[in-house]
Design a protein. Sequence first.
Length: 495
Amino acid sequence: MRSERAQSTYDSGLPQRIWEIRLPAWPASTVPAPRRLVTALGVVGAVAGGALIGLVAATLGPIPAAGLLGAAVAGIAIASDARAGLWVVLAITALLPFAVIPVKVVLTPSLLETASAAVLAVWLLSLLLRRDRVLPSHVAGLWVALLLLVTLFAFVLGLGRGYTTQTYHDYMKFIFGVLLFYVVWSTTQALDDARRLLTVLLAASGLAALVGLALYAAGPRITLLALARLIPYGYPSDRIVRYIEDDPAKPMRLTSTSVDPNSFAGLLAVVLVLAVVQGIARRPLLPRWLCWGAAAVVAPALLLTYSRAGWLGAAAGIGLAAVLRYRWMLLPGIGALAGALTLGLGQAFFQRLWLGFTLQDPATRMRLEEYRTALAIIREYPLFGVGFGEAPTIALWTGVSSIYLTIAERMGIVGLAAFLLAVGSIALAGLRAWRHVRDRVEGDLLLALVGAQCAALFIGLFDHYFFNISFPHMAILFWTVHAFILAVSQRATGD
């Protein structure tokens, strides 16, 4: 009788909580048991973990203990939710992209590889357990899947061309980085998800830039001593301090903990575009203090990498946002550039740009030779390239400072077409959505993301690290930006 009355009350349109109140409660003795068990296991785990970390600190020192504590926190975050796991992945990408777990089991796993694999596993498990979950769909997802298939086909075709264990390992890490595109795309279900992940990216990149500036100010000797401490954790033991053209008589290049100044410049350029465009936005998703705080340390760090591709990429991304919406930025920007040239400010930076434009420095001439060789390889292997190993003849060599030529020589014209279709369809989706929601928070966010994509694609004209199996962290950054564009554009337009 009570259940019939409750049902009629519920059907009449009254709040559902009345129905829930009338349901019979579980016996009081049975409720706390599972909770007590979980609490007890948590307490035991915390005590055991604390004892282990204390033992490591006493025997091996504070650095391994801090690493173990960080690994425990990261593991809990990844296991709790794939979205929290992505925070860990982006933090590692910015701060410790080449660090490894100092335990070798056939291969020495890197922190980034382990975190990426764990996030993918948690995401797949959540899909299996939650059958009611609907995955987003877009033709760009198919193009990215086709791109992955072509990379696999080209990889198999290249077997026997000098592949080593490291080649297989690097390829696997690269594939993990591209697959995270689907995780970011499907888990960005609301603006809050995008805000949290972008906050982690800007904060971690700003911290990496701050570390780099501190080391740069301390000089080569302190930089060498500081970064040498990372050698036991997978970092290289040579070329720790980097100079222009590897000449110690020329200015030192800022690297922070990213080893390579050019790839670090790519990270900083993408983050700088996001920070500046969100900082001047009318309705920013991210706090302005975070945007301008990150830009304040990222901009000088980017200059001190002496990466011309990074400088021009950041200018292209911010310039795109200015042309599309913030044209008032153009006149002050041109005025500031003219004033700097007139007063002789930043003369070393302008001189380096001029040497590149006029093809007068060795690095630019070497790039031209790389382009010539890459075109020769593409002519000989036009469809699927030569794979990810060595060139087929001694007269040729793989490795070219352009992601487009890199893809074409490694995966052929088919791979390049799949890549262009993937990034082109995502850019088109972002711009179409921006036109419809330009006066909303989603519109300002999409403009920043499309600007960051423009920066990465422009940098790709002159450097290769966004599609290089030796730089999986840059692949993660690249495809994370594209996943954000697709997710935000679909949710903004209700597609």
